[in-house]
Ligand binder design. Structure first.
Ligand code: IMP
Length: 346
């Protein structure tokens, strides 16, 4: 039973900073931010686009791949529609494209179709991945896909969760429950863990598995903190939404500003579009400003991540994992950490 005296404190991105350290790196170009996620999945930019219907279809997957990351085609469509998105991407891809499947219904057929179309990995995509349905699905997918095909799975929040999914057959695991920008899981259910704390905890795994920090990533500083805490790569939704490559129509508000819809896959709106009705909902539908090409955003993130490693004096992600030092900061520290010129009383 829990006692008030031993409740764990959970830290999130704004609660910490990385301590700058001696560096002999003369140029950011000396730094490699590539990630080997195991079982035939390697990225030169450690970023995945979220399998969401306002983020990842063909254009996003092609753009992500062209910069060294990877897109993951969402599963809120028919098998035929999903296969068509993969097919449309395959002409134009150099490396990776993932395909999301669930843990029930048509997930085996989806995985089989994705494999035939040339997908390079599967993402078993459910809100609460530490679950018996995930266990059954991973075991069946592993038998169907063989040992040499990369399976990503999630989401989990704990060390027990990441260890179990690794033992059930996952190669990389999406970590974080309830931290996404459009997520209301913690409000609806009271469950979750602050995003960075999840990474600290999951990074203690002794299994041969890669960690994807998923949700709540707002800028390159958050990516750098997630990797320093033990993540091998990150997954982003809101950071990539509202771009030319994200699915959906552009609309203007009364002041003439252009926007695109960005919505949680468990929002009422997404469920109604997908299933014609909604059950419990754990996400919201929102809008994000149109921000041009995702490639420009990815180039800026890439520069920020390289600079981040250079402040610790690390030439690659493995070195960064061993050298990075965190410090907790107070709310005053967090205010100072953000640009604060506009708040000043002159
Ligand atoms: P963001 O990058 O902070 O916008 O978060 C994106 C992440 O939120 C996704 O990769 C999913 O893990 C998660 N997510 C997507 N849809 C929902 C939802 O409806 N409820 C809760 N989490 C969601």
């Amino acid at each position: 039973m829990n006692s008030m005296n031993n409740l764990q404190l959970g830290l999130s991105y704004d609660d910490v900073l990385l301590v700058p350290q001696y560096s002999d790196i003369k140029s950011r170009s000396e730094i490699c931010i590539g990630a080997n996620l195991g079982n035939c999945l390697e990225l030169t930019l450690p970023i995945f686009s979220s399998p969401m219907d306002t983020v990842s279809e063909a254009e996003m997957c092609i753009a992500m791949d062209s910069i060294g990351g990877s897109g993951i085609v969402h599963r809120y469509n028919s098998i035929e529609q999903q296969a068509a998105i993969v097919k449309e991407s395959m002409r134009k891809l150099s490396n990776n494209i993932g395909v999301a499947v669930g843990v029930s219904g048509d997930y085996l057929e989806r995985a089989s179709e994705a494999l035939q179309q040339g997908a390079t990995f599967i993402c078993v995509d459910v809100a609460h991945g530490h679950h018996i349905s995930m266990k059954k699905a991973l075991r069946r997918l592993r038998i169907m896909l063989g040992d040499d095909f990369h399976i990503m799975a999630g989401n989990v929040a704990t060390l027990d969760g990441i260890n179990d999914l690794a033992d059930w057959g996952a190669d990389s695991i999406r970590c974080n429950i309830g931290g996404g920008s459009i997520c209301s899981t913690r409000i609806q259910t009271g469950h979750g863990m602050p995003g960075l704390q999840t990474i600290f905890e999951c990074a203690q795994t002794d299994r041969d598995v890669s960690i994807i920090a998923d949700g709540g990533i707002r800028n390159s500083g958050d990516i750098v903190k997630a990797i320093a805490a033990g993540a091998d790569a990150v997954m982003c939704g809101s950071l990539l939404a509202g771009t030319l490559e994200s699915p959906g129509e552009t609309f203007k508000d009364k002041d003439g500003f252009s926007w695109k819809t960005y919505r949680g896959m468990a929002s009422k709106e997404a469920q109604i579009d997908w299933k014609g009705k909604y059950s419990s909902f754990e996400g919201v539908s929102s809008r994000v400003p149109c921000r041009g090409s995702v490639k420009d955003i990815l180039f800026d993130l890439q520069k920020g991540i390289r600079s981040g490693l250079s402040y610790t004096g690390a030439r690659n992600i493995k070195e960064f994992h061993s050298k990075a030092k965190f410090m907790k900061q107070t709310n005053a520290g967090n205010i100072e950490s953000n640009t604060h010129i506009t708040n000043r009383a002159w």
